[in-house]
Design a protein around this ligand. Structure first.
Ligand SMILES: [Zn+2]
Length: 195
Protein backbone atom coordinates (compact mmCIF):
# COMPACT_ATOMS: atom_id res chain seq x y z
CA UNK A 1 0.00 0.00 0.00
CA UNK A 2 1.28 3.45 -0.88
CA UNK A 3 1.44 6.30 1.64
CA UNK A 4 -2.02 7.86 2.12
CA UNK A 5 -1.52 11.01 0.02
CA UNK A 6 -0.14 9.07 -2.91
CA UNK A 7 -2.95 6.54 -2.70
CA UNK A 8 -5.45 9.40 -2.70
CA UNK A 9 -3.97 10.80 -5.90
CA UNK A 10 -4.12 7.35 -7.52
CA UNK A 11 -7.82 7.11 -6.60
CA UNK A 12 -8.47 10.52 -8.20
CA UNK A 13 -6.79 9.52 -11.46
CA UNK A 14 -8.93 6.37 -11.52
CA UNK A 15 -11.98 8.63 -11.85
CA UNK A 16 -10.84 9.54 -15.38
CA UNK A 17 -12.33 7.58 -18.28
CA UNK A 18 -10.12 4.73 -19.46
CA UNK A 19 -7.70 4.99 -16.53
CA UNK A 20 -7.25 1.79 -14.54
CA UNK A 21 -5.13 0.96 -11.49
CA UNK A 22 -1.80 0.63 -13.33
CA UNK A 23 -2.14 3.81 -15.37
CA UNK A 24 -3.35 5.75 -12.32
CA UNK A 25 -0.25 4.58 -10.45
CA UNK A 26 2.00 5.68 -13.30
CA UNK A 27 0.35 9.12 -13.43
CA UNK A 28 0.58 9.61 -9.67
CA UNK A 29 4.25 8.61 -9.54
CA UNK A 30 4.96 10.91 -12.47
CA UNK A 31 3.32 13.84 -10.65
CA UNK A 32 5.42 13.04 -7.60
CA UNK A 33 8.58 13.31 -9.65
CA UNK A 34 7.70 16.68 -11.24
CA UNK A 35 9.20 19.97 -10.06
CA UNK A 36 7.04 21.71 -7.44
CA UNK A 37 6.37 24.58 -9.86
CA UNK A 38 5.03 22.24 -12.53
CA UNK A 39 2.72 20.54 -10.05
CA UNK A 40 1.42 23.96 -9.05
CA UNK A 41 0.67 24.83 -12.66
CA UNK A 42 -1.08 21.50 -13.10
CA UNK A 43 -3.26 22.00 -10.07
CA UNK A 44 -4.02 25.61 -11.05
CA UNK A 45 -5.08 24.46 -14.52
CA UNK A 46 -7.53 22.02 -12.91
CA UNK A 47 -9.02 24.72 -10.70
CA UNK A 48 -9.22 27.22 -13.54
CA UNK A 49 -11.39 25.06 -15.79
CA UNK A 50 -13.71 24.58 -12.85
CA UNK A 51 -13.95 28.22 -11.80
CA UNK A 52 -13.71 29.99 -15.17
CA UNK A 53 -15.62 27.80 -17.62
CA UNK A 54 -19.39 27.96 -17.74
CA UNK A 55 -22.19 27.79 -20.28
CA UNK A 56 -22.76 30.62 -22.77
CA UNK A 57 -25.92 32.46 -21.68
CA UNK A 58 -27.26 32.37 -25.24
CA UNK A 59 -26.36 28.98 -26.74
CA UNK A 60 -25.01 26.76 -23.95
CA UNK A 61 -21.53 26.39 -25.49
CA UNK A 62 -18.57 26.41 -23.10
CA UNK A 63 -16.99 29.81 -22.48
CA UNK A 64 -15.09 31.95 -19.99
CA UNK A 65 -17.28 34.97 -20.80
CA UNK A 66 -21.01 35.68 -20.70
CA UNK A 67 -21.28 34.93 -24.42
CA UNK A 68 -19.11 32.33 -26.20
CA UNK A 69 -16.71 33.27 -29.04
CA UNK A 70 -19.21 32.18 -31.68
CA UNK A 71 -22.22 34.09 -30.28
CA UNK A 72 -20.13 37.24 -29.84
CA UNK A 73 -18.65 37.06 -33.37
CA UNK A 74 -20.37 39.73 -35.54
CA UNK A 75 -19.44 37.76 -38.68
CA UNK A 76 -21.60 34.79 -37.71
CA UNK A 77 -25.10 34.60 -39.17
CA UNK A 78 -27.49 34.70 -36.18
CA UNK A 79 -30.36 33.71 -38.48
CA UNK A 80 -29.12 30.13 -38.83
CA UNK A 81 -29.01 28.04 -35.67
CA UNK A 82 -27.43 24.59 -35.65
CA UNK A 83 -28.73 22.46 -32.77
CA UNK A 84 -26.29 19.94 -31.27
CA UNK A 85 -26.59 17.62 -28.31
CA UNK A 86 -23.21 18.35 -26.68
CA UNK A 87 -20.79 21.27 -26.66
CA UNK A 88 -18.07 18.98 -28.04
CA UNK A 89 -20.12 18.54 -31.25
CA UNK A 90 -19.53 22.23 -31.96
CA UNK A 91 -15.81 21.51 -32.26
CA UNK A 92 -16.52 18.76 -34.79
CA UNK A 93 -18.69 21.05 -36.91
CA UNK A 94 -16.26 23.97 -36.62
CA UNK A 95 -13.50 21.77 -38.03
CA UNK A 96 -15.36 21.86 -41.38
CA UNK A 97 -14.65 25.61 -41.51
CA UNK A 98 -17.73 26.07 -43.70
CA UNK A 99 -20.59 26.72 -41.34
CA UNK A 100 -21.12 30.44 -40.65
CA UNK A 101 -24.25 30.30 -38.50
CA UNK A 102 -24.51 29.95 -34.72
CA UNK A 103 -25.23 26.98 -32.44
CA UNK A 104 -27.53 25.81 -29.70
CA UNK A 105 -26.48 23.09 -27.24
CA UNK A 106 -29.32 20.88 -25.98
CA UNK A 107 -27.28 19.11 -23.31
CA UNK A 108 -28.56 15.68 -24.37
CA UNK A 109 -31.41 14.14 -26.37
CA UNK A 110 -34.95 13.05 -25.60
CA UNK A 111 -34.91 9.42 -24.43
CA UNK A 112 -37.90 7.49 -23.18
CA UNK A 113 -35.59 4.68 -22.03
CA UNK A 114 -33.47 6.94 -19.89
CA UNK A 115 -36.44 9.06 -18.84
CA UNK A 116 -35.05 12.24 -20.45
CA UNK A 117 -37.91 14.59 -21.32
CA UNK A 118 -37.87 17.78 -23.41
CA UNK A 119 -38.11 19.75 -20.16
CA UNK A 120 -34.78 18.24 -19.03
CA UNK A 121 -33.02 19.73 -22.05
CA UNK A 122 -32.01 23.26 -23.04
CA UNK A 123 -35.06 23.57 -25.33
CA UNK A 124 -36.95 26.46 -23.73
CA UNK A 125 -34.02 28.81 -24.43
CA UNK A 126 -34.04 27.59 -28.04
CA UNK A 127 -37.72 28.34 -28.56
CA UNK A 128 -37.13 31.77 -26.97
CA UNK A 129 -34.27 32.41 -29.40
CA UNK A 130 -36.15 31.51 -32.56
CA UNK A 131 -37.91 34.61 -33.94
CA UNK A 132 -38.86 36.25 -37.25
CA UNK A 133 -35.16 36.76 -38.06
CA UNK A 134 -34.46 33.03 -37.84
CA UNK A 135 -34.13 31.63 -41.35
CA UNK A 136 -33.30 28.06 -40.43
CA UNK A 137 -32.79 25.69 -37.52
CA UNK A 138 -30.50 22.80 -38.50
CA UNK A 139 -30.88 19.81 -36.21
CA UNK A 140 -27.50 18.08 -35.92
CA UNK A 141 -28.23 15.63 -33.12
CA UNK A 142 -26.45 12.26 -33.51
CA UNK A 143 -28.00 9.82 -36.04
CA UNK A 144 -29.44 7.56 -33.33
CA UNK A 145 -33.05 6.73 -32.47
CA UNK A 146 -33.00 9.35 -29.70
CA UNK A 147 -31.36 11.87 -32.03
CA UNK A 148 -34.12 11.34 -34.61
CA UNK A 149 -36.88 11.56 -31.99
CA UNK A 150 -35.42 14.84 -30.78
CA UNK A 151 -35.21 16.18 -34.34
CA UNK A 152 -38.89 15.36 -34.96
CA UNK A 153 -39.88 16.95 -31.67
CA UNK A 154 -38.01 20.18 -32.53
CA UNK A 155 -39.59 20.21 -36.01
CA UNK A 156 -43.01 19.94 -34.37
CA UNK A 157 -42.53 22.82 -31.93
CA UNK A 158 -40.50 25.13 -34.21
CA UNK A 159 -41.81 24.19 -37.66
CA UNK A 160 -44.42 26.93 -37.75
CA UNK A 161 -41.95 29.64 -36.87
CA UNK A 162 -39.05 28.72 -39.14
CA UNK A 163 -37.52 26.11 -41.48
CA UNK A 164 -36.32 23.12 -39.54
CA UNK A 165 -33.79 20.94 -41.37
CA UNK A 166 -31.88 17.80 -40.52
CA UNK A 167 -28.37 16.80 -41.56
CA UNK A 168 -28.53 14.41 -44.51
CA UNK A 169 -28.25 10.68 -44.10
CA UNK A 170 -24.87 9.31 -44.97
CA UNK A 171 -23.82 9.81 -41.41
CA UNK A 172 -23.56 6.26 -40.06
CA UNK A 173 -26.67 5.33 -38.06
CA UNK A 174 -25.88 5.05 -34.38
CA UNK A 175 -22.71 7.07 -34.95
CA UNK A 176 -21.51 10.15 -33.17
CA UNK A 177 -20.90 13.53 -34.70
CA UNK A 178 -17.58 14.09 -33.00
CA UNK A 179 -16.15 10.89 -34.51
CA UNK A 180 -17.28 11.77 -38.04
CA UNK A 181 -14.67 13.04 -40.47
CA UNK A 182 -14.92 16.55 -41.90
CA UNK A 183 -15.77 15.50 -45.45
CA UNK A 184 -18.72 13.32 -44.40
CA UNK A 185 -19.96 16.07 -42.08
CA UNK A 186 -19.57 18.64 -44.78
CA UNK A 187 -21.61 16.51 -47.23
CA UNK A 188 -24.28 15.87 -44.59
CA UNK A 189 -24.54 19.61 -43.99
CA UNK A 190 -24.69 20.43 -47.70
CA UNK A 191 -27.45 17.87 -48.36
CA UNK A 192 -29.56 18.65 -45.32
CA UNK A 193 -33.30 18.33 -45.80
CA UNK A 194 -36.46 19.87 -44.38
CA UNK A 195 -38.32 17.95 -41.67
ZN1 LIG B 1 -22.86 31.00 -27.39
Amino acid sequence: MYPKSLQQLIEKFKMLPGVGEKTAERYALMIMNLEKEEVEQFSNALMEVKTKIHKCSCCGNLTENDLCDICSDPQRDKGVICVVQDAKDILALERMREYRGVYHVLGGVISTNKGILPSDLNIKTLTDRVNENTKEVIVATNPTLEGETTALYLAKILGEKTNVTRLAHGLPMGGHLDYTDELTLSKAMENRHKI
